[in-house]
Design a protein around this ligand. Structure first.
Ligand code: KIV
Ligand code: ZN
Length: 521
């Protein structure tokens, strides 16, 4: 078979980037995305040059199925994968979801470790081998491109792992993924595992090997790079490293490690790194999941130099303290200062500089919000614009919108909120008391749109400095064991709180929750 990881002419070997932001990433508590947000993220990943996009887990829900099908239909470049357990109905559903893709893939997985076999699967090793043959064969009858994953591979005895891999390849798997499901491996162990399996399995040359690392010990990226050294030519990762528990290996870190350290890691990817920042923001905005300030590559401090010595060095020559330029990952320093006199053209050009491409309606909305902000705030920084545009994108498809809010707060309670919401085109007002202003605001939302949820997180931080800074509020709501996160920004912390709650609530509604607005009764 031809190896798609060989590049003509280049001395570097090609490593395929498999992005699972929309599947493993979305499994991260609170990181749920709506249908439209998933499409936006898939488009951004495709444009950036991701080779394979795992768009979801089609059997998991109708919403997941619809999102995978629509992404499969619209992407012309990347391979679109749907995940399936080693169950016939899962594989059929994944096959149906990806069947309109230009390049469809079914990704099926089964546990192989003794711990999983004994406690979770309650199956013998031979039974699992039989399952692998049956399920990979079924998938291969539906599509040419089948990936098989041996879940918890890193806690599996090597002899059995080799038998499982050989069985999967014999049944037609074209990619073999050996995940470090629980983030337990060290780089040396993970490198050795790939080397050993590739040497010992007789038909190993018929498949591409893939790494999939979780970050429980903070080793996901190091392990992914070690796997490449051990012979893996596909790495599975997510934007901003979001994912189950401590997350998955971060795409942007793997791509930049290979680029910056090409001297010791002679491998290349097809990723346009100048889009990393833009895609990071798109994902963070879509799933309302903030990027930690000191996150490598895409954190807001990643290129900030605070100490005098560092600043002195940077002024003399930026290579003194920078191993890559901000521009190489899409961080642009801008010369345009925005304020209340800035017009539409300057605003549009600023957004372009910052990596945003908005449609006419979104641009108009963002411009209106920018003007309102500029009236209230002397200096409008890039971070302020970023916050208002991200919020604009996040709320574009909302069914419940904030129209107005007045809060009476202070030392003499009870605090009182008067809120007007647009609930699918109807305008409803309520005046409600609470134990503090935030409680009053959230009670007002509940009075207009009755619903049962638990408030898991309420967090406020200032986007920029000064008492007129934008406040950014994050709210996480949970219901029936699953949670969603919403973010809202406004110079008024109370308004930002209402917005954040509504973003989260709209996500619950988009998931098909049964919420009844008074307006609709
Ligand atoms: O971590 C894991 O093992 C997975 C598999 C489904 C590939 O996500
Ligand atoms: Zn995983």
């Amino acid at each position: 078979m031809t190896n798609p990881t060989q590049t003509g002419g280049s001395s570097k070997e090609r490593v395929l980037i498999f992005d699972t932001t929309l599947r493993d990433g979305e499994q991260c508590p609170g990181a749920t995305m709506t249908f439209e947000e998933k499409l936006e993220v898939a488009d951004a990943l495709d444009i950036m040059g991701v080779d394979i996009i795992e768009a979801g887990f089609p059997i998991a829900s109708e919403g997941d199925f619809e999102a995978v099908s629509e992404i499969a239909r619209r992407l012309k470049r990347a391979t679109v994968a749907g995940l399936a357990r080693a169950i016939s109905a899962d594989i059929a559903r994944a096959g149906e979801a990806v069947r309109h893709a230009a390049k469809p893939r079914i990704h099926t997985f089964v546990s192989v470790s003794p711990i999983h076999l004994e406690y979770q699967m309650r199956k013998s090793q031979q039974e699992v081998l039989d399952i692998i043959t049956a399920t990979v064969t079924q998938a291969r009858n539906l599509v040419e491109d089948v990936e098989w994953s041996g879940m918890d591979a890193t806690r599996t005895p090597i002899d059995y792992l080799c038998r499982a891999v050989e069985t999967a390849i014999k049944a037609g798997a074209t990619t073999i993924n050996l995940p470090d499901t629980v983030g337990y491996a060290t780089p040396d162990e993970y490198r050795a595992m790939f080397k050993s399996v590739r040497e010992r399995v007789p038909n190993a040359d018929k498949a591409i090997f893939s790494a999939h690392c979780h970050n429980d010990l903070g080793l996901a990226v190091a392990n992914s790079l070690a796997a490449i050294e051990g012979g893996a030519r596909q790495v599975e990762c997510t934007i901003n490293g979001i994912g189950e528990r401590a997350g998955n290996a971060a795409l942007e870190e793997i791509v930049m490690a290979l680029r910056v350290r090409g001297d010791v890691l002679p491998y290349e990817t097809g990723i346009d790194a100048t889009q990393l920042m833009r895609v990071s923001k798109a994902v963070s905005g879509a799933c309302s999941f903030p990027v930690q300030y000191n996150k490598a590559i895409v954190g807001r401090n990643a290129f900030a130099h605070e100490s005098g010595i560092h600043q002195d060095g940077m002024l003399k020559n930026n290579t003194t303290y920078e191993i890559m330029t901000p521009a190489s990952v899409g961080v642009t320093k801008t010369s345009l200062v925005m304020g209340k006199h800035s017009g539409r053209a300057a605003f549009r050009s600023k957004l372009k500089e910052m990596g945003y491409e908005l449609g006419d309606n979104q641009l108009e909305d963002a411009f209106t919000r920018f003007k309102a902000l500029a009236d209230r705030k002397k200096h409008v920084y890039d971070e302020d614009i970023e916050a208002l545009v991200d919020e604009n994108i996040a709320t574009a498809h909302d069914r419940i919108k904030l129209e107005s809010l007045t809060v009476i707060a202070g030392t003499r309670g009870p605090q009182r909120a008067t809120m007007k919401l647009d609930v699918e085109g109807r305008h409803v007002t309520e005046e409600v008391e609470g134990n503090g202003p935030i409680d009053a605001i959230f009670n007002a939302i509940k009075a207009i749109v009755p619903h049962e949820v638990a408030l898991e997180l309420y967090d406020v931080h200032a986007v920029t400095e000064g008492t007129d800074a934008l406040a950014e509020v994050t709210v996480r709501l949970s219901r029936d064991g699953s949670s969603v996160t919403g973010r809202g920004a406004d110079p008024d912390t109370l308004v930002a709180s209402a917005k954040a709650y509504l973003v989260a609530l709209n996500k619950l509604i988009a998931r098909g929750g049964r919420l009844h607005a008074q307006a609709a009764e």
